[in-house]
Write a protein that binds this ligand. Structure first.
Ligand SMILES: *Cc1c(COP(=O)(O)O)cnc(C)c1O
Length: 393
């Protein structure tokens, strides 16, 4: 049986058209684009075409796009680079409790090196409060890093407004847009964004290539030192095939964006409606409207997300639980704790993230399987047994 892949927030399937676009640069056109002979120049030109396609997509200039190895590197560069470049002005950074670990762990690293970080709380839907953000800004605040859309619960943040407030106070504004890029139309100038991270493999492009948008004139220290690639700002032999594939993925995402969103929203809402009406004691997580078109996240009371995942896998359904296995113990998702869920409920979480290839039958098959699995796990759960006994009293 074929897998039902509902983990598109983790990574996506590479589009066959992307592979075709990349092929020549993995085969005959293998020269290092930085070399001076004609054989290399043609490839350099194609890399710049991709840069133009991607810049246009977020209304940036080509000279503001820097290719990296992915979202994690871009987040590291944005945060460490600004922290270093502006350390004479201040050492305070603002972020949120629901960021991806690429942002959170980078901030924790900086805390060990003399920086102070404020981790903003979010509301029950995962939204950052614009007022609370403004209140957190201090004279020594140099940078704010707030994600565009959350990877676990899909909530979309009020980025343009947050960016406006950051700028009113002279604070540099970075957004991790890895989940939003390719799904939401972004205009970096209208949205007051100084730095933006994106990654190709989250929008049907290849793994291992991403970008950092850096607004022209912004002060930022390099992260990867070495050769003079990317106008002297990011060393390492140009990943020509990866970048050209990224360009193709953006071109395709751009042409299909509204159609894909409409299609995914329909299936997403069906999945939410069926799960919340047909399975008892389930909590739907994230914002009902301000959410990514392909994201659903639920907590099933009295059971563990990890056990659910194992049984879903036996039915060939690929999903994700928010739990992170750190030092052998299963920690509930930091995002679900931040929206106020108690540990025992956060433990029972599952995320299903759809794609344009998800079919309505996949949704029905998944809900049918889920109903049986939840029932089975609850029948073995002492917590559930206690609960039923108490209900009966
Ligand atoms: C996947 C993801 C990243 C990491 O991107 P990579 O390209 O895999 O390094 C960062 N932030 C968010 C929100 C993500 O979803």
């Amino acid at each position: 049986m074929e897998n039902i892949y509902l983990d598109n927030a983790a990574t996506t399937k590479i589009d066959p058209e992307v592979i075709e676009a990349m092929k020549p640069y993995l085969l005959a056109e293998y020269a290092n684009p930085s070399s001076t002979y004609t054989f290399a120049g043609q490839i350099h030109g194609k890399v710049d075409d991709a840069r133009k396609t991607i810049a246009d997509f977020i209304k940036a200039k080509e000279s503001e796009i820097y290719f990296t190895s992915g979202g994690s590197e871009s987040d590291n560069w944005a945060i460490k680079g600004v922290a270093d470049a502006l350390s004479a002005k201040g050492k305070h950074i603002i972020t949120t409790k629901i960021e991806h670990h690429a942002v959170l762990h980078t901030c924790e690293f900086l805390e060990k090196h003399g920086y102070e970080v404020t981790y903003l709380e979010v509301d029950e839907y995962g939204l950052v409060d614009v007022k609370k953000f403004e209140e957190a800004i201090r004279p020594d605040t140099i940078l704010a890093s707030i994600m565009f859309a959350n990877n676990e619960i899909g909530t979309i943040e009020p980025i343009a407004e947050l960016g406006r407030i950051a700028h009113e106070h002279g604070v540099v504004f970075h957004t991790d847009a890895v989940q939003a890029f390719g799904h939401i139309r972004i205009d970096v100038n209208a949205m007051n964004i100084d730095l933006l991270s994106a990654s190709a493999h989250k929008l049907n492009g290849p793994k291992g290539v991403g970008l950092l948008y850096i607004k022209s004139g912004l002060k930022i220290t390099n992260l990867i030192h070495g050769g003079a690639q990317e106008r002297g700002r990011r060393a390492g032999t140009t990943n020509a095939a990866g970048i050209i594939g990224f360009g193709k993925a953006v071109e395709l995402a751009d042409s299909r964006l509204e159609a894909t969103n409409a299609y995914e929203t329909k299936l997403r809402d069906k999945l939410i409606a069926r799960v919340t009406s047909e399975i008892p004691y389930v909590r739907f997580n994230g914002h009902p409207e301000k959410r990514l078109s392909n994201n659903t996240n639920f907590c099933f009371r009295f059971i563990e997300g990890e056990s659910l995942l194992i049984l879903l896998d036996q039915d060939h359904i690929c999903a994700s639980s928010g739990s992170a296995c750190t030092s052998g113990a299963l920690d509930p998702s930091h995002v679900l704790l931040a929206i106020g869920l108690p540990h025992e409920i956060a433990h029972g979480s599952i995320r299903f993230t759809l794609s344009a290839e998800t079919k309505e039958e996949d949704i029905d098959y998944t809900v049918d399987a889920l109903k049986k699995i939840v029932e089975r796990l609850r029948s073995m759960s002492p917590l559930y047994e206690d609960f039923v006994k108490k209900q009966a009293q």
